[in-house]
Design a protein around this ligand. Structure first.
Ligand code: NAD
Ligand code: LMR
Length: 353
């Protein structure tokens, strides 16, 4: 039974995500932080007959620190969403500072928590969190515990990169849904699995349909495959356009965020064999990260890959499997944006303007 914290809990994603976490039997405590409205959201959720004890915090009186203390898992949907005509990168100006400040709180109050970043642009906000954690010596500091025995000196290393995740699950959920639509049977949606790799914006989103658990129908043409790929890559725009200025995906994101958080919690709790794509630092599994870099032919620090989850966060990075020529070309097309998005996040902390 774990303590879960939502930062940005009064928002369009935050509220339904908090509702779903309140319903998760592995959550014993749920702390909600936002700059507005969390006391009301917490009071409302606290009447639901499930075990999690709910509390709401605002910035005054060290609210962030109080919310985060003792956290096992922190989910961050804080920040502004897109309006029609905007890219996710257009959100950087506002969201980078919000995420940096929340990450500073995590580094000091909950450095061992698993951190799940939803705030866009994910390709840049995840590197921002990593850089803040590094600055505080709780990311890749290889902290060691020294235990002296009469003749031996044991060193134990703690690798915190294992606990930072960019949440790309909505891309995975969309791919499953759209394939079940193509197959003409929505009842398949929850059982269709498709790895989606790369990053979380436009062409950096790379669905690997050749590895779908449910093959696409015979006669599915290359142009059909291109259209399906584009729909997953720009699924977020579909929702932004339909909401017509009222924001971006919130309910499907809350579903996806709760699904990924649920998997992280089950793995923390000792369940084995749980694999889900996530945007992670490739040093969290050196062997897996190095072989991925060989496949993509680039020295990137972050990439979304199928991650096997464990009690420490990342247990193992899985390979991208056998890629078709089309999928290889999608990955190559993703690299320039990914590289510049990551660099933008890193330099925001290293050399703020
Ligand atoms: P929203 O405006 O409805 O909610 C955001 C919440 O963040 C608000 O309640 C706001 O008060 C709060 N907030 C702002 N500054 C804060 C701070 N310093 N500390 C704590 N809380 C703060 O927006 P939303 O629709 O919930 O979207 C939130 C973010 O999630 C956006 O950046 C959006 O682009 C992103 N998003 C990501 C994915 C994904 O797949 N990763 C999917 C959908 C949306
Ligand atoms: C999504 O994929 O729906 C989110 O990243 C929100 C957006 O801006 O599209």
């Amino acid at each position: 039974m774990y303590k879960a914290v939502v930062l940005g809990a009064a928002g369009g994603i935050g509220q339904p995500l908090a509702l779903l976490l309140k319903s998760n039997p592995l959550v014993k405590e749920l702390a909600l932080f936002d700059i507005v409205n969390t006391p009301g959201v917490a009071a409302d959720l606290s009447h639901i007959a499930t075990p999690a004890k709910v509390s709401g915090y605002l910035p005054p009186d060290d609210g962030l620190k109080k919310a985060l203390t003792g956290a096992d898992i922190v989910v961050i949907p804080a920040g502004v969403p897109r309006k029609p005509g905007m890219t996710r990168d257009d959100l950087f100006k506002i969201n980078a500072g919000i995420v940096r400040d929340l990450a500073t709180g995590i580094a000091t109050a909950a450095p061992k928590a698993a951190v799940l970043v939803i705030s866009n642009p994910v390709n840049s906000t995840v590197p921002i969190v990593a850089e803040v954690l590094k600055k505080h010596g709780v990311f890749d500091a290889k902290k060691c515990v020294v235990i002296k025995r009469p003749t031996l000196l044991w060193l134990f290393f703690d690798f915190f990169p294992k606990r930072l995740f960019g949440v790309t699950t909505l891309d995975v959920v969309r791919a499953s849904t759209f394939v079940s639509e193509v197959l003409g049977d929505l009842s398949l949606a929850s059982s269709v699995t498709i790895p989606v790799v790369g990053g979380h914006s436009g062409v950096t989103i790379v669905p690997l349909f050749s590895q779908s658990s449910h093959p696409l129908p015979a006669g599915f043409s290359p142009s059909d495959l291109q259209a399906l790929t584009t729909r997953v890559q720009f699924g977020g725009d579909e929702v932004v356009k339909a909401k017509d200025g009222a924001g971006s995906a919130t309910l499907s994101m809350a579903y996806a965020g709760a699904e990924f958080a649920g998997k992280v919690l089950r793995a923390l709790n000792g369940e084995k064999g749980i694999i889900s794509p996530s945007f992670v630092h490739l040093s969290c599994d050196k062997a897996g990260g190095d072989s991925l870099k060989k496949v993509i032919g680039k020295e990137l620090d972050f990439f979304s890959v199928p991650v096997e989850l464990g009690p420490e966060g990342v247990a193992k990075l899985h390979s991208l499997g056998n890629l078709t020529e089309f999928e290889q070309s999608l990955i190559q097309a993703a690299l320039p944006d990914l590289e510049s998005n990551i660099e933008k996040g890193v330099s925001f902390i290293e050399s703020p303007k």
